[in-house]
Every structure is written in structure tokens, then in C-alpha cells.
Design a protein. Structure first.
Length: 505
């Protein structure tokens, strides 16, 4: 983007540390370094988890769009995350490996791949680096060795961080109660209720599948330690932005911050720079009333379930974008259906624009759009109606995607703008929203639900035959074809404004 339009709307982001909107001022000129807490790969991610990455993706796309050189890191937690955020419970990975009678490494690989499939399906851009926790254990031990003398103490069960050794512990959570937010199950010998393990020793006589030698005995790193180490190692302290779901604002991130403060070795300790990241951002939750989100429920809400039911994954992305990331978003199938319809409308409008563009250029309509250039950042977009400025203002205002979506619709419906300009504007806006408006066709959104015995080619052939029959005014044949389709559970949709043509009855 040109400097002018970027400067016209400086980026403001809500910093959970200060609970305020703050202008984005990069630590390194022209760069943006972002770390997002990634998944614990002991199970499939649910769609709530994926909301966290859609949010981080929109943040990253916005930073890139504004011309910052983005370095985005997402970690993969394959060790150390306990079933309880406190220091009670077992390692999620160990537990799943036992339940499935597989090695932890198998489990981690399988669910990492499943997570990456969801990342691709949601058109989330690849980060610069995926950091895998088990690949950073030596660095974790070094980090712990550095902070241990002043900030940690050893118990039989492990090495613990003494939260009273850093200033303002828990400021991020805004809950500095004596009992550590009332959440910690007592571990005998802990100095403060909120103290947490940064190294967990393997109990005598036991063997874990994943364990390493350390100065505190054989064992495994604590989950909070992992993120401090991987973010600091790859991005350098302080980096710009740390993201995660709002649950992390309460325990995981305050603990990361405490470790980062200790590692940065300052006495004042209270400077945001010593928190590791300047800005901490949190997405609110996707909520679902019936409890299907929970991974412990039999059929939980994962992206594949949506696809199996015939919803394109980008409909879920659309659903996320329709809500501000800091608002709770309630999941419902009706809501998902509405998001899908909105997406269909957009794709259809883009297709209409495209065919006009092709026609005016005297070219045949190419449904693959293969030879159409995707406008790049350098393309000058003449913002004659001011809609792009509005878009920039909205996205720069703490990523207000719900305000951006109607602007796309406005452009698509504005007959005063030339097709070419419209094409450019849509391309520009979609760089930020990532709905793949230029690449996908509405037909791509049509997914046959799993378990429905139908051949799509047959449906299309029957619909074509029916169209021909109607054109030839052979209504008896047209009706017969419609009935035949209906007998197979397919409803022919005459005059569907979205041009969908058929749906499953
Ligand atoms: P986990 O794999 O449990 O560490 O979670 C991965 C990410 O998903 C974290 O950033 C969580 O904060 C986030 N998260 C968990 N549940 C939800 C939810 N229902 N809605 C939005 N984000 C969530
Ligand atoms: Zn983390």
C-alpha cells in the first residue's frame, strides 16, 4: 500500500497489558514480529481453537498489508501441557498416548498434520516458522538455569517459579489475589499459591515417554517455559505482539511474562519491554451452548465436522470475521449457514464482475481465472469513492473486520465503479480478509455432505438436461427430471438468486 493510505489510518491495537488501544510502534523499524501460542497436539483442534488462528492471521495480514516485514511464529506444543492449567493433572500428550496405545511422537505427528490441514482449509497464511517445543528443550534448560538462582526453588516434584520475585505478577490477568486467582491445587511446599513448575521431575520409579536430563533431574519442561523460550529465541526480546485466546490472559501469559521479566534481568521489572512482548492480544471465545466444543464430548466441533455436513470451511472463516475478535462469538448452525450464504453472494458477485471484465476485454470467460493477474501491492488503487480509506480505517481500528465486510459488498454492488477498479479494490481488501474472493468460485462452496449417496456429475447432467427441456418447452420431461432428482434427495432450485441450482432436500 502507498504510504499515504497507510498513514491516513495508523494501526491501533488493544493491548491486554494496559487494557487500552495503543498505536502500533514496531520495536524494529519497518518490521513486525509476532508470536502466537499454538495448539497442544494431543487431539484435533476444535473450531474455537481455530478462531484464535483466524484472528492471528488477520493480524498478520494487516501488518503485511500496511507494509511491515512480518515475522510470525506459531508454536506446536508437543510436551508439557497438563490437563489442568495449574500444576495438577497429567501431561495431555502422555494421557492421549496411553488412551490410544500409540507413541507420543505418533500422536504429535498425527494431530499436528490435522491442525495444519485446518490451517490450510481456513486460508490461514503459513507463519515464517512453526516452532516445535521438543526441539527447544536444551534452550529451555539454559533459560531455566539462568533464572533459577534468583527466581526459582526446587521441590520433590520439580523446579518452581516464585512469583513474588517479580514485580506486578499477574497484572495481565488483573487478579492479584493471595490465593493466586483461586485456581491452584496445592502442591506441597509451594511458597505462593500462584507459583508454577518450570521443570517437572519424573517421579521416582516412573518413566515418561518424553523426558530429558536436566540439572533438576530427569523430567520435562513446563508449558509456560516453552513459550517464553521459543518466542524469545526466535523473535528476540522484546518483540512486538504476542497473541492467544482469552483464557491465556489468566494463567499462561502472566506466567510467561513473569519468566520473561526474570530472564530480562532487570530490577525495575515493570517496563512493558521486559514482559517479552510490547503488546499482548487476546481473542475472545467461540461459545457453543450444547457442549459439543469440548474435545471430551464424543462428536466435538472440529472443522471436518462442518465440512462433512456440507459447509465450506471458509464459511467458518466468514463467521469469525463477522464478529470482532474481542467479542464472544456464539456458534450455531444457522449462523454458519448465514455466513455461507453471504460468502456465496460475494463469490457470485465477483463472478459477474469477472465475466463483464472478460467480455469488455473481448475475451472468452475463463472459469478458472488462470490468466487474470492478481493485483499486487504496487498496483495503484484509485480510491475514488473513498471506500478503501474507510476499509483501512476499519481494519486499523483494532482489526474491525465486521465493519470491513459490508465495504466489500458495497464495492461489489456499486455500478458507478468500473469493473477493473472493482476488481482491484476487491483484490486489495481480500489481501487482508483472506476469503479467497478472486480464486474460488461459488461452485467450490458446494460441498456434498458425507454419507449422501450422490454423484455430483449426474446431478449436473440432469440439471442440464432439464434446462434444455425447459428451453424446448418440454415441461413434461422437465418435471420428470425434477421428480427423479427429488427421489434422490436433490431439490432443483429454479430461479435461485444465488445461482445455486440445486440443494440436498
Ligand atoms: P490449546 O490447544 O488448548 O492450547 O488452544 C489453542 C488456542 O485456542 C489457544 O490460543 C486458546 O486460547 C484458544 N482457544 C481455546 N478455546 C477457544 C475457544 N472456545 N474460542 C476461541 N479460542 C479458543
Ligand atoms: Zn503459549
Amino acid at each position: 500500500m502507498s504510504d499515504a493510505s497507510t498513514n491516513a489510518a495508523p494501526l491501533k491495537l488493544f493491548n491486554s497489558l494496559t487494557r487500552q488501544l495503543e498505536p502500533f510502534q514496531p520495536v524494529h523499524a519497518g518490521e513486525a514480529r509476532v508470536y502466537s501460542c499454538g495448539p497442544t497436539v494431543y487431539n484435533y483442534p476444535h473450531i474455537g481453537n481455530m478462531r484464535a488462528y483466524v484472528f492471528a492471521d488477520v493480524l498478520g495480514r494487516t501488518l503485511s498489508f500496511k507494509g511491515y516485514k512480518l515475522t510470525h511464529v506459531i508454536n506446536i506444543t508437543d510436551v508439557g501441557h497438563l490437563t489442568d492449567d495449574a500444576d495438577a493433572g497429567e501431561d495431555k500428550m502422555e494421557k492421549m498416548a496411553r488412551a490410544e496405545s500409540r507413541s507420543i511422537w505418533d500422536i504429535a505427528e498425527h494431530y499436528k498434520q490435522a491442525y495444519w490441514a485446518d490451517i490450510r482449509a481456513l486460508n490461514i497464511r503459513q507463519p515464517a516458522q512453526w516452532t516445535v517445543a521438543t526441539e527447544y528443550v536444551p534452550q529451555m534448560i539454559q533459560f531455566a538455569e539462568k533464572i533459577a538462582p534468583q527466581h526459582c526453588y526446587e521441590l520433590d516434584s520439580g523446579l518452581y517459579f516464585d512469583v513474588s520475585t517479580v514485580a506486578d505478577y499477574g497484572r495481565l490477568a488483573r487478579a492479584q489475589t493471595d490465593d493466586g486467582e483461586g485456581r491452584i491445587e496445592a502442591v506441597k511446599g509451594k511458597r505462593n499459591a500462584a507459583d508454577f513448575a518450570i521443570w517437572r521431575k519424573t517421579p521416582a520409579g516412573e518413566k515418561r515417554q518424553m523426558e530429558w536430563d536436566s540439572p533438576w533431574g530427569r523430567g520435562a519442561p513446563g508449558w509456560h517455559l516453552e513459550c517464553s523460550v521459543m518466542s524469545g529465541q526466535v523473535l528476540g526480546f522484546p518483540f512486538d505482539i504476542h497473541t492467544g485466546g482469552i483464557d491465556h490472559r489468566e494463567i499462561h501469559h502472566p506466567n510467561e511474562i513473569a519468566q520473561n521479566q526474570a530472564f530480562c534481568c532487570t530490577n525495575g521489572l515493570d517496563l512493558p519491554a521486559n514482559s517479552g512482548a510490547k503488546i499482548w492480544m487476546h481473542n475472545n471465545f467461540l461459545v457453543e451452548r450444547s457442549g459439543k466444543m469440548s474435545k471430551s464430548s464424543g462428536e466435538f466441533l472440529r472443522l471436518q465436522l462442518l465440512i462433512d455436513k456440507g459447509y465450506h470451511p471458509l464459511a467458518y472463516r466468514m463467521m469469525c470475521l463477522q464478529a470482532h475478535y474481542r467479542s464472544e462469538l456464539e456458534f450455531s448452525w444457522e449462523g454458519l449457514g448465514a455466513a455461507l450464504t453471504r460468502l456465496k453472494r460475494m463469490y457470485k458477485a465477483v463472478a459477474v464482475q469477472l465475466s463483464k471484465e472478460f467480455e469488455s476485454a473481448g475475451q472468452p470467460v475463463d472459469s478458472t481465472r488462470a490468466y487474470l493477474p492478481i493485483p499486487t501491492e504496487e498496483w495503484e488503487v484509485a480510491d475514488e469513492t473513498g471506500v478503501l480509506t474507510e476499509f483501512l480505517e476499519a481494519i486499523s481500528d483494532d482489526l474491525n473486520t465486521p465493519k470491513c465486510l459490508p465495504l466489500i459488498e458495497e464495492v461489489l454492488g456499486d455500478k458507478m465503479i468500473s469493473h477493473k477498479k472493482r476488481w482491484h479494490l476487491i483484490a486489495t481488501m481480500d489481501q487482508v480478509l483472506g476469503l479467497d474472493l478472486l480464486k474460488l468460485d461459488r461452485a467450490d462452496l458446494r460441498i456434498r455432505p458425507k454419507g449422501v449417496e450422490l454423484d455430483e456429475a449426474e446431478i449436473e447432467a440432469a440439471l442440464l438436461a432439464r434446462k434444455e427441456a425447459r428451453a424446448a418447452k418440454d415441461f413434461a420431461r422437465s418435471d420428470a427430471l425434477r421428480d427423479e432428482l427429488a427421489a434422490h434427495g436433490v431439490e432443483a432450485m429454479d430461479g435461485d438468486p444465488l445461482g445455486w441450482e440445486w440443494k440436498l432436500g
